[in-house]
Each structure stands twice: as C-alpha cells, then as structure tokens.
Design a protein around this ligand. Structure first.
Ligand code: FES
Length: 111
C-alpha cells in the first residue's frame, strides 16, 4: 500500500463481524502489518504482527485471556500493553489504538 497515513489518523480496517469470535487476523495499515484480535470478552485489540523473538506472524497464534501466544516458541504477549509475559521473547510489541463505531473497527497506529 503506498497511501501515506497522517499521524494520528484513525483508519477503517474491518467490521467486527470479519473477526473470529476469539482469534486474530492480519491487516495492512499503511504498509505496516498489524494483528487485529478479538478476545473472549469481545474486546478488539491491535498490535504489530511480528513476534519480537523472531520474524513470524502473531496473528497465526492463539488468543486466550487477553494474551496472544506465538505459535513458534510459545511467547505470550499482553494484548493491552504489548508486554511479553512468557519467554523466550523479552521485548514488547507495539500496541495500537482501537476505536469501534458500531460494527466498524478503526485503528490509530502508534508511532
Ligand atoms: S518466534 Fe515468537 S516466540 Fe519465537
């Protein structure tokens, strides 16, 4: 995607109905791969898709209790803060702001 995003711009990404009941998909937002995930409480989260341990997609991992678990080595990240909760990853993932307007999911990218 070559479209330039303005800082702080909320981008329409998908509908809530496009998301699994509990799980994740990947979106391309201004050329950045972002995981859009819904947890068991129905909360929608957005964060960088690449695991900080190695270059794999977190969206292919498992969502459970506010955490996403990387499928490759089992690191878990808090989807609200991005902090790693389980080794081997030690660096956080960037978390983005999600805004819901009805069923529409908007994401504002962090810096
Ligand atoms: S690549 Fe994610 S934990 Fe190793």
């Amino acid at each position: 995607m070559s479209e330039q995003l303005r800082t702080g711009e909320a981008v329409h990404v998908c509908s809530v109905d496009d998301l699994p009941d509990v799980g994740a998909v990947v979106a391309d937002i201004g050329g950045r791969r972002v995981t859009i995930a819904r947890d068991s409480e129905g909360t929608v989260h957005a964060f960088d898709d690449t695991c900080t341990h190695a270059n794999v997609s977190l969206a292919e991992g498992e969502v459970e209790d506010g955490l996403i678990e990387c499928w490759l080595h089992g690191s878990q990240f808090d989807m609200r803060t991005g902090e790693p909760k389980q080794l081997p990853a030690t660096a956080p993932i960037a978390v983005h702001t999600v805004t819901l307007d009805g069923d529409d999911v908007y994401v504002t990218l962090a810096d």
